[in-house]
Design a protein around this ligand. Structure first.
Ligand code: SF4
Ligand code: SF4
Length: 288
């Protein structure tokens, strides 16, 4: 089972939920935690994994052989990302705009373009206290997180439970991380900002047709509008974590919730059981 942990808004407690869920289940099943928040991965701060392997993530970018090039302009025409500019006697390549799609080299009539790899990030794998771990790191200044996310997701082992920590928001990296999940947990906080971004996140997971439920973190900080919204829309609230200075203190010291307050482990196991019930009910109704 693949469970993605997402949030429309940053700073809602997504990492807290992903890491504690992974640690709570490790004695029950084989568990993998994949941190796909590649622009700012932070699960490793809490899990402190032993890194056992790493591999560079490269994308193919064009290299022009100007001896063969006739400056016809075809490559610049087909590049929807405007990563090429053709002048009467020169072709300019803008590597940071290139998405590595390969269209230019494929369509060059003179076969004057070769694809060369450019490193945009790295994937590191390891383990931490019985949890298999992988995360991606996008190089500073790079604009394309999705190839790195794909490589992190390629580490997923469907024999057990895979928990994916998704970047905040609702843009391409979020879609790339959530798609193919069996379930998505949306972590929010009961504030007007939290509600606004939760509504956007709900629209995204509905488009992806991934079943989902909500975790409310810092309950008590704002108003009751998130609960009202979930009730009205028939969205299950699967776990509520209160606003608590002890939880904040543990979190700020880089300690997971279930390690700092082991009584929470039962709640996270209960959360997983509810997810299994929901996905089981859904697959039964699809079969009917
Ligand atoms: S399509 Fe090929 S031949 Fe034409 S300008 Fe680009 S590199 Fe040169
Ligand atoms: S590989 Fe794709 S994105 Fe990159 S320059 Fe060629 S056409 Fe543009």
């Amino acid at each position: 089972m693949i469970i993605s942990v997402a949030s429309g808004k940053g700073g809602t407690g997504k990492t807290l939920v992903a890491t504690s869920l992974a640690l709570s289940l490790k004695n029950r099943e084989r568990v993998q935690l994949l941190d796909c928040d590649v622009e700012e991965p932070n699960d490793h701060i809490f899990l402190k994994p032993v890194i056992t392997g790493s591999e560079a993530v490269c994308i193919p970018i064009p290299e022009i052989n100007e001896k063969k090039c006739t400056y016809c302009g075809r490559c610049a025409e087909v590049c929807v990302y405007h990563a090429l500019a053709v002048f009467p006697q020169h072709v300019l390549v803008f590597p940071n705009l290139c998405h590595g799609c390969g269209a230019c080299s494929y369509l060059c009539p003179e076969k004057a373009i070769a694809d060369v790899g450019r490193e945009i990030g790295v994937v590191e794998c390891g383990h931490s206290d019985g949890v298999e771990f992988a995360h991606g790191k996008l190089n500073v200044g790079e604009a394309m997180p999705t190839p790195v996310i794909r490589r992190v997701k390629a580490q997923a082992n469907r024999d057990g439970i895979v928990i994916i920590d998704v970047s905040p928001g609702t843009s391409c990296p979020v879609v790339e991380s959530i798609k193919d999940s069996d379930f998505c947990l949306l972590v929010t906080e009961p504030t007007p900002f939290g509600l606004n971004d939760l509504i956007l996140a709900v629209e995204t997971v509905k488009e992806l047709e991934v079943p989902f439920g909500v975790v409310i973190n810092r309950a008590g900080v704002g108003d009751g509008k998130v609960e009202e919204y979930c009730l009205r829309e028939g969205i299950p609230v699967l776990l509520t974590i209160p606003l608590d200075t002890e939880i904040a203190r543990i979190n700020s010291r880089g300690i997971t919730l279930v390690e700092g307050m082991p009584q929470w482990k039962k709640s996270f196991i209960g959360l997983f059981d509810r997810i299994q019930e929901i996905t089981g009910e859904r697959s039964r109704s699809v079969k009917r």
